[in-house]
Write a protein that binds this ligand. Structure first.
Ligand code: ACM
Length: 260
């Protein structure tokens, strides 16, 4: 299975341009599963919830999903991308899975970061796992990496690959997501963005350094802090089915749920 990510700097509040860039970049590669950053069609900062509501899109009928569905059908690949999702007058910070056969799956970010609490509803999708060509795939969004229960819930549901769209502003996820990978023995695709955004007095800089980690914790690829990159690596997803740390230690069944 060929998996990868597209690390780039989305254009601020310009979904048409971002969708065109994504289609152009992914239209030249051979891959089975590509992960894009959090909120990759709009950028991250909004001055108000009302402004964000104008950019948020329904799933699967919004322009971003339609564009990704067309791309995935044409390239016969699956894509996971971050999107401000509009559901009635609610907004979720969502990750969307789109497959080459036209299916969509949604995960809504459970752990909102900082001022996201003023913009989004907390997620209400209890860590679904989806089938991509016979491989079980789960999604988290950015700050979710701080909560080991989230990745564990996906592993307990059988996820072999965790797709992690992010807009990282802190320097922890390279370590925490590697720990989550080791403690669950899953593949992990962390897709971060680069660049910075400025809105009135607020400026934030994103830290890049997207990475792909194998169930053993081995780093398969790490991107630069400020480079546009679209790496694809070959993996055997069956590696994530082996939960034995030693011949006598199974990561999931050795848990002491009677003590926790
Ligand atoms: C984050 O959750 N976007 C830091």
């Amino acid at each position: 299975m060929r998996i990868g990510f597209y690390q780039f700097c989305p254009s601020f509040h310009n979904p048409e341009l971002n969708l065109a860039r994504i289609a152009a970049a992914l239209g030249h590669i051979k891959a089975d599963l590509i992960v894009l950053p959090e909120m990759c069609t709009t950028g991250y900062l909004f001055s108000s919830r009302e402004e964000l509501l104008r950019f948020a899109e329904p799933i699967p009928d919004g322009q971003s999903c339609r564009s990704m569905l067309e791309l995935c059908r044409r390239m016969n690949m699956a894509v996971v991308f971050g999107l401000a999702e509009r559901a009635g007058d609610r907004i979720y910070n969502s990750a969307v899975l789109v497959t080459g056969s036209g299916e969509t799956g949604v995960y809504r970010k459970a752990h909102l970061f900082a001022d996201e609490k003023d913009m989004f509803e907390p997620g209400n999708t209890p860590f679904p796992v989806f089938d991509v060509g016979g491989v079980k795939v789960g999604m988290l969004v950015c700050f979710d990496h701080f909560f080991p229960e989230a990745a564990r819930a996906l592993a307990l549901r059988g996820a072999q690959i965790i797709c992690h769209p992010a807009n990282l502003v802190l320097d922890y996820a390279f370590m925490t997501s590697t720990c989550r990978t080791i403690e669950n023995r899953v593949f992990w695709i962390l897709a971060d963005r680069t660049g910075s955004e400025k809105l009135t007095e607020r400026e934030i800089r994103f830290v890049g350094r997207s990475q792909i980690v194998a169930p053993s914790g081995r780093l398969l690829y790490r991107a630069g802090a400020d480079t546009e990159e679209l790496p694809v690596v070959e993996i055997d997803p069956r590696e994530a089915l082996d939960k034995m740390v030693t011949p006598r230690n199974h990561l999931l069944s050795d848990r002491r749920t009677d003590l926790y």
